[in-house]
Design a protein around this ligand. Structure first.
Ligand code: HEM
Length: 421
């Protein structure tokens, strides 16, 4: 495996490098508002693999085509996951905003080959042990508690009060943290700060506390194992070290919380704004399940995922990809690829979208099912408890978060008849 050094920066991009004149800066408001149209335009102008510029004008490739994303994700011998392969490291400043996602960490996310199979295998069997009925019961109980905290007021901001709060608590419960304890609440708060820092937050300090608390959890479960993900990882015959388990547990928790929260939020937005759903959600033609699936096709939480790094010079979508080039998986673009939807009708009843990616590093098999249990229970419980829920602002006033990576709203204000319980 090559290391982080790659080729030195000469200021002139080598042939085939995405840093040529027509590279598209990945950013700007337009991406947040109607990304699917934009991806189609980019695809028309640049083909299925577009040269793009990340923050600080760092060159990369955005893979926009459904067959091309499928090819990249299913050929990890060509498009590998260890970011130390990147040929741009000499140009990356220490405070580069994407470092938390791209900087190598010794977790399952960046491992390759047999080592990845070992680490991902442990996670998969630990997640397979989660009883989906029990998870649904737990999510319902968490949902009830959260709703009770705002039900009496007749209004709420659902992003923070509900959509983010529910999966964070549910995932920690799966990992064996006791529900409702001050300790768990502190960890929920630290997770929020480290994954999604607000004004005045210190994400680095919060991330340190998350690491310390997860290490403590691992020690507790070594001494007293229980029916939870952490204990199953510890007891797995693969014999992962405590440090490896801490790294991978943090990866699981972070990988689960953000996309599931935005899946809940984007589904609620669809239900509250689209007339096919708005009239009568519980009795209408289109079910909550349909709305959840439509969001994965059209407003998927993980819009773009960084990434893969070319293991050697190769071709993709008519482009020459150099060893060490970075490829961003354009999952949202692939889902709406005009080649698979020639009549522009997207949103089939099937689940052949790439929202959970594909191949060796895809979202590990039981995880999408667990995400579905969390999201479905969250949406259904809310609509049952507050049946006359409506948007608290005009639909046009809803704003998307300024991120090309994760699609979700900045806030989702709602109103309803105050409920006493
Ligand atoms: C709507 C919910 C979710 C979405 C959209 C989603 C999507 C994704 C995507 C796009 C990846 C990257 C795959 C790649 O590198 O090709 C991923 C990886 C991962 N996801 Fe999910 N995910 C969701 C929920 C969850 C949940 C609930 C869990 C755990 C309980 C989870 C655990 C993981 C893990 C551990 C990885 C890393 C896999 C690896 O690198 O081997 N995800 N997910």
């Amino acid at each position: 495996m090559s290391d982080s050094t790659g080729s030195p920066s000469t200021g002139t991009p080598p042939p085939g490098c995405p840093a040529h004149a027509s590279a598209v800066p990945l950013g700007g408001l337009e991406y947040q508002q109607t990304p699917s149209q934009l991806y189609r335009t980019m695809r028309r102008e640049h083909g299925a693999v577009a040269p793009v510029l990340l923050d600080g004008d760092i060159p990369a490739w955005l893979v926009l085509g459904y067959p091309e994303v499928s090819f990249v994700t299913s050929h990890d011998e060509l498009f590998a996951r260890d970011s130390r392969r990147w040929n741009q490291w000499p140009n990356i400043p220490e405070d580069w905003p994407l470092l938390p996602f791209v900087g190598y960490q010794p977790s399952v996310l960046f491992t390759e080959g047999q080592e990845h199979q070992r680490r991902a295998g442990v996670i998969t069997q630990a997640l397979e042990g989660v009883d989906q009925f029990e998870l649904a019961r737990e999510c319902q109980s968490i949902a009830e508690q959260l709703i009770t905290s705002f039900a009496g007021s007749g209004q709420a901001e659902l992003m923070s009060a509900y959509a983010h709060a529910l999966p964070a608590r549910a995932v920690l419960w799966m990992c064996g943290m006791p529900q409702g304890s001050a300790d768990t609440e502190q960890l929920v708060d630290d997770l929020r700060i480290s994954l999604d820092a607000g004004e005045g937050d210190d994400p680095v300090a919060a991330y340190m506390r998350v690491g310390e608390r997860i290490m403590q959890l691992v020690k507790e479960k070594r001494e007293r194992p229980g029916p939870d993900v952490t204990s199953r990882m510890l007891l797995d015959p693969a014999g992962l070290s405590d440090e490896e388990i801490v790294q991978d547990l943090i990866s699981v928790i972070a990988a689960a919380q953000q996309p599931t929260a935005n899946w809940i939020c984007n589904t609620l937005r669809l239900l509250l704004t689209d007339e096919r759903f708005a009239i009568n959600v519980s009795g209408g033609r289109v079910s909550v399940g349909d709305a959840l699936n439509e969001v994965l096709w059209l407003d998927t939480p993980t819009q773009n995922f960084i990434g893969r790094w070319a293991a050697r010079d190769t071709q993709l979508g008519g482009r020459l990809i150099r060893e060490g080039d970075c490829l961003v998986l354009g999952l949202a673009a692939a889902n709406t690829d005009p080649q698979i939807w020639p009549d522009a009708h997207v949103g089939a009843e099937n689940s052949a979208h790439l929202s959970f990616s594909n191949g060796e590093h895809r979202c590990p098999y039981p995880a999408p099912l667990l995400a579905d249990v969390m999201a479905r229970t969250a949406v259904e419980t809310l609509l049952e408890r507050l049946p006359d829920l409506v948007l608290g602002i005009e639909m046009a006033e809803l704003t998307w978060r300024p991120s090309i990576w994760m699609r979700g709203l900045t806030s989702l204000p709602v109103q309803f008849t105050p409920a006493s319980r």
